[in-house]
Structure formats: C-alpha cells, structure tokens
Write a new protein. Structure first.
Length: 726
C-alpha cells in the first residue's frame, strides 16, 4: 500500500487526468445506457419459459407478457347480452389497432367467447383480454396505448358506458418509466443532496465536496463499464438504480474513512505526505478489504444460473470495486494537492476521539450483558416476524393507487369480478388434442373462475390451439399460485403434451429456480467470508461473530419487510400503498446480498480499528472504547448517507423498487446502530481475550502470524478476573 501511495502522490496530475476522462466518458455512457438495458425477468429453461417461447413463436403474442384488460361497465337498464353487437364492433376495431392488424395480437371478449366468466353477476360489467404483439410496450406505444383502446371502445358502445383499461403493465408503469436515465438521475440528485448535508455536518468545510466527487467519478465509471458489458451480455435495468444509489453511498463511505483517518494523522503533527501514507496503510487497507468483501457478498447473485439475477450481481460487484479504485488513487491524489486548503472555513481537530462516542462505548462495556440482551431482543422480535415471509410478488392492489389502470381494477372489484383475471394462464394445446376438452377440464379445477378456447386464426394455428384459464385469485397470492399449481398438475395427468405459460407459472418457476440451490451458495459464501475475515483480524472468534451478526441483520430486515410491506404496517401511511401480501421473489435474495455485503463494510471498519488498538495496548476494553470512539461517528454518518440514497430509491414509481429500498435502508440503519454500536461492542467486551485468539495450526493454514491466547498468569496480581475478561 505504501508503494501505491508513493506512485499516486508522485503522479497525482496524471491520475487526476485519467479519472477526469473516465468521468466524461461515463457521463456519455450514462446518457445512452437505458436504451441498452433489458426489462426481462424470464428464467430460461423452465417449463413456463418453454411454454411462453412456444406460444410467442407460433402466435407472436402473449407468453410471459400479461394482456391489457379492457373493463366495460354499461349504464343502468342495459346488459352485456343486449350490447353484444356494440361489444363485437368495439373489440373488432381494437383488434385492428397498431400491430394487432398484422395478426400478431389477440382479443378475447364476451362478443367472441360468450363465457359467463367474462361477465359480472348483474350482467352489466364485462372485460376483454387484449394480447398485444410480443416485445411491444402497450404502456408507451401510442398505436396500442390504453387511451386509444378506451376511445375506440367508447365510440361503439351505448351512451353512458364507462371503459377503463388496466392490466399488470399499465399498473406497474403508472407514474412513469423508472428505467429511464432521467428517473435515475433525479434520484441520484436527491441522494446527493442528502449526502451533502451529512458531509457538511461531519466536516464543516469544503472537504465535504471531496467524497461527493469520488462518488460521482465512481458511479459514472461504473456506468461506463456496464455500458461496455451490455455488448457482451444482457444487463437488467435495475442495475442503473443499484449502481447510481448504492454506488453513491459506498463511494462516500470509503472516502469518509480515508479522509477521517488522514485528518487524524495530520492532527498528530506529521507532514501531509506522511499523513496520507499512514491513512492509506491503515484505512486504505480496510477500504480494499471492505470493497472485496462486499463484492464477494454479491457472488451469491452471480453464482445463480439465472440471467437477470446474474446481470444484477455483476453490475452490483462493479459498485464497490470501482469505488475502491477511486478511493485509493484519486482521493490520495486530491489530498496531496489541494487537500489541506479544502479545510475551510472551519478546520476541525481529530487528535482525539469524539467524547460522546467515548462515553457511549464506555457505557456499553460497563453494561455489556444488558447491551447485548437489548440488541438481541430488538433483532429477535424482528426475526420472529421474518418467519411469516411469503415469497411471491406484489399484489395487484399494491401496484398503483392512481390513474385509469387503478380505476379499472376498482370497476372489476365493485362488479364482483376477481383480480385474478388480470393474470390468465395460457395453455398451448398440441395438434390432436381437443381445446374444448382442455378448457372444460381447466374450468373444473378449484380456484379457477373460468376457461375458454376461442376459435379463429388468432387462436388456432398449425394444428395447435390456445386455451385461456382465468384464476379467481391474484396470481401473486398463495391462493392464485395454488390454483395455478392445480391446473398444471391436471394438465400433467390428463393432457401431458399441453404446455402452461403466463405470469403465474413463470412466477412459480422463478421462485423454484431462485431458491433451489441457494443453501449451497450461502454455505460457500460463509466459508469464503470466514477465511477472509480470519486472515484480516487474525482471529477465529471475530469472523464467526461477524457472520452471525450479519445473518441476524438480514433476518431482522426480512422481519421489517414482512411488517411494513407484506402486512402493510407503514406502506399505506408512507407510500399510500396497501399491504402487498407477499414479497417479490427476487427481493429477499437481493436484500441478503447487499445488506450482508454492506454490513461487512461496517464490521471491517469497526474491527480493524479495534484490532489495531488491541495490538497497541493489549486491552480489549481499550480496544472497544477506542474502536467505537474513532469509528462510531464514521459508521453512523456513512449509514445515514446510504439510508438517504435508499430513501431516494424508494421514490421510484415501481413498487418492487420501493420494497427493495426499504429492505436495504432498514438493514443499513439496524446494522449501524443496533448491531455495530450495541451488539458487537458488547459481545467483544464479553468475549475478552478470546476475541484475539488464532492458534498456530490455523495461522499456518491462513498463512498469517499466530495470535496466542494471553495468559492470565502474566497479568498483575489481583487482576486475574478482570484480565480474563479483557
């Protein structure tokens, strides 16, 4: 590290120029990145994926893309049966809109399929399913937009009729597309303003701008790298938000650690160059180790053979790695140049830890049992709630509470038509099998509202046919998933050549694929993390404690997701959204990867300083008090910045991003406060001298110096019991 520091200081202008070019190129890439990102969450190779691919190949519509649903309410005194001619004319005109006139779209309504499942009990409300051309974007394509469909139907229906067009796509995209670069930029700006406020409080000088500059360079450079990767493999659009907002927080975290240590060393009276060297030798090493540890945490995602998960894991790994590169090269170059001049208008002294944190650490050490018990009670209550976690997807009613798409859902519910009709199951019936027989069998399955097999070239091609099955319950709910499972089981028994595709079959296969091999991946992650931490801290107990503490953090976060979103204790009050009923399948996995990695950041910051102090004094009590005193403000400030970044992400229009941001934000706050400032120091104080034990055999395996257990006999007379604790 000293050699790198010397090179950076000597060639600081060249390094600054290189990062400036990266910043400019990254700005260009950021402006064009959105158009190259994928919106697909499909998992190749599953039964539903094969069915969806076969449906799209033959019919060029449907598959994993849910239909638009046109809901029609007729005026009092009129019925769907009487208005059938108007319905037929209206849906025929809809079938000719945009791409549907080429035969790649399909429409099913009471006019073409007189099924009771398409009509309300009072006969005044009906709905039609509009399967738009595959890979289309009905929410933003003016040719097939919900607004045009609405106008087309109203022009051919009786006076007084009401029409609303809803569906999973328009419900999800209400409020704008969150995959655009403008949306990402606005949320990064919100997060940056919050970070600036925290940094101004911490530094009280122009130094507050330095971490933001490092963050800007890190984020844009990461965007540049991702832009290049899109030419090699598909990258999911969620990566933009993760790189932009988590990258903002992580880069500032690393900068905070280095700048704080640099000021501390400078306060000791050494030259600026020596202060930078000392800071890099200690804090710089911790930054490198933290970044690598966060990246390894995201290996959970990269190791899973699922394209969109792997792409997000790959993009997520770039966040800490690029941030580390900027922190250990550009930041020392800045400190070597205008660094001291930036301590204006107020230069703080960092020659001693903040007295408030020293008092807090002393209190925790003095009441270690009570502190540990209090932290465990908080984490335990939240962990207990986590056992009720239901993995699935956000319910239809929690997707949006505004706009015409929501009005369509309200019309369905008031008419007694279940929202499960928004997520139909599509069954591809092979040649030689009667589609009517398949529809009749599917309609008899418990939990199914109805099933039908429309005639015509849009529904029957090359000897095959399509059958549409309407579940009664929302496909994201346990009841909807159970009904879908029963339909698939029935098909496997009676029509084994038939294939079931659509939203809910895809969701069930996604859950199975995500979590089937996860225990083995997590076990591997735990082993790798343990080895890295054991080498870094020269201890066997510290890495074990760190892993357990991180797992407790993640479990508590799951409890927060269950309480706030799944059960709705806060989602309505904060975001105006009701309980989701379930958590989107991939979110628990993503929350684990990011919270586990970011928690390890704070663990490394804290324990590195504790180990350093213990090596200098031989006292665990001094190590805990000084470690918390020196890193407490740093960890809480860094956590607050990351939390504000997640708060900005929670303003995104997509509900699943709000849920993800809630999980990561809650995890950061819990970890930085309850875990790192309460549980960890209390447990370290309780374990005493055993914290620092690394026997010779383990040191040989890890290829580090051993750390023998201090002998109580070596302590001064009468201090044996206290020494045992230390």
């Amino acid at each position: 590290m000293r050699r790198l520091t010397g090179i950076v200081i000597t060639h600081r202008k060249l390094i600054g120029l290189i990062w400036l070019l990266a910043l400019l190129a990254g700005g260009f890439a950021s402006a064009h990145l959105s158009s190259r990102l994928s919106t697909s969450f499909d998992i190749p190779g599953t039964a539903s994926d094969r069915a969806d691919a076969a449906i799209v190949a033959r019919y060029h519509s449907g598959g994993s893309e849910t239909p638009l649903v046109a809901v029609i309410s007729l005026p009092p005194g009129d019925t769907v049966a009487r208005a059938r001619a108007g319905l037929a004319a209206g849906f025929l005109a809809v079938a000719r809109i945009g791409g549907t006139r080429t035969g790649s779209g399909r429409v099913a309504s009471y006019a073409s399929v007189p099924s009771p499942s398409l009509v309300s009990a009072d006969g005044r409300t009906t709905f039609g399913l509009i399967f738009t051309p595959a890979n289309g974007d009905p929410a933003h394509n003016p040719a097939i937009s919900p607004t045009r469909i609405q106008r087309t139907l109203l022009a051919r229906l009786p006076a007084g009729a009401r029409v609303q067009v809803t569906g999973i796509t328009p419900l999800t995209s209400t409020g704008g597309s969150s995959s655009t670069g403008a949306a990402v930029a606005s949320e990064i700006l919100i997060g940056s303003l919050g970070a600036l406020a925290v940094l101004a409080f911490v530094f009280g000088s122009l130094l507050a701008l330095v971490p933001l500059l490092i963050a800007a360079v890190s984020v844009t450079t990461a965007f540049l790298a991702i832009f290049g990767i899109t030419y090699l493999t598909g990258i999911n659009f969620v990566v933009q938000f993760l790189v932009g907002l988590i990258g903002l927080g992580v880069a500032i975290d690393y900068s905070l650690l280095l700048v704080t240590r640099w000021r501390e060393e400078a306060a000791a009276g050494v030259s600026n160059a020596e202060a930078i060297e000392h800071a890099m030798a200690s804090a710089g090493r911790a930054v490198v180790f933290s970044g690598v540890t966060v990246a390894i945490g995201l290996l959970v995602l990269v190791a899973l053979p699922i394209p969109f998960i792997r792409s997000i894991g790959l993009g997520g790994m770039l966040i800490p790695l690029v941030s580390v590169a900027a922190a250990i090269t550009l930041l020392p170059a800045l400190l070597a140049g205008p660094g001291r001049r930036l301590e204006w208008p107020r230069r703080q002294r960092d020659d001693r830890p903040p007295s408030g944190w020293i008092r807090w650490a002393s209190l925790v050490v003095r009441h270690r049992w009570a502190a540990a018990a209090g932290a465990l009670v908080i984490l335990g209550v939240l962990t207990a709630a986590a056992f009720g976690l239901q993995v699935g997807d956000v319910s239809v009613n929690a997707l949006s509470q505004q706009g015409s798409a929501r009005a369509g859902v309200v019309m369905l519910e008031r008419a007694g038509i279940p929202v499960g009709v928004l997520t139909p199951i599509e069954v591809l019936v092979p040649a030689g099998t009667s589609p009517q027989a398949v529809a009749a069998a599917a309609a008899s399955v418990p939990g199914v509202r109805g099933a039908f097999a429309p005639a015509g070239p849009a529904w029957r091609r090359g000897g095959t046919a399509l059958v549409t099955v309407l579940p009664a319950a929302d496909g994201s709910s346990p009841a909807g998933q159970a009904a879908t499972t029963r339909v698939r089981q029935m098909l496997a028994r009676r029509f084994p050549a038939a294939m079931a595709g659509g939203y809910t079959p895809g969701l069930l296969d996604q859950i199975s694929s995500l979590y089937r091999d996860l225990p083995w991946v997590l076990a591997g992650l735990a082993v790798v993390t343990f080895v890295l931490l054991a080498r870094a801290f020269r201890s066997l107990l510290l890495p074990a404690k760190a892993i357990i503490a991180n797992l407790l953090s993640v479990a508590a976060v799951y409890g927060v997701l269950v309480l706030v979103w799944q059960r709705g204790y806060g989602s309505q009050q904060i975001w105006g959204l009701p309980a989701t009923g379930a958590i989107t399948a991939w979110i628990p996995l993503f929350v684990f990867a990011f919270v586990y990695g970011l928690s390890m950041d704070y663990e490394v910051f804290l324990l590195t300083r504790m180990r350093e102090e213990y090596d200098a004094t031989g006292s665990t009590t001094r190590a805990v008090i000084t470690g918390i005193g020196r890193t407490g403000r740093l960890v809480t400030s860094a956590a607050l910045i990351l939390f504000l970044a997640m708060a900005a992400l929670a303003s995104a229009p997509l509900t699943f991003l709000k849920v993800f941001a809630t999980g990561v934000g809650a995890g950061i706050l819990l970890d930085a406060t309850v875990v790192r400032c309460l549980l960890v120091p209390a447990v370290v104080a309780l374990l005493g001298r055993w914290n620092w034990w690394l026997p010779g055999w383990a040191a040989t395996i890890l290829r580090v110096e051993p750390s023998p257990l201090p002998a109580i006999a070596a302590c001064p007379p009468g201090s044996g019991r206290r020494a045992a604790r230390q």
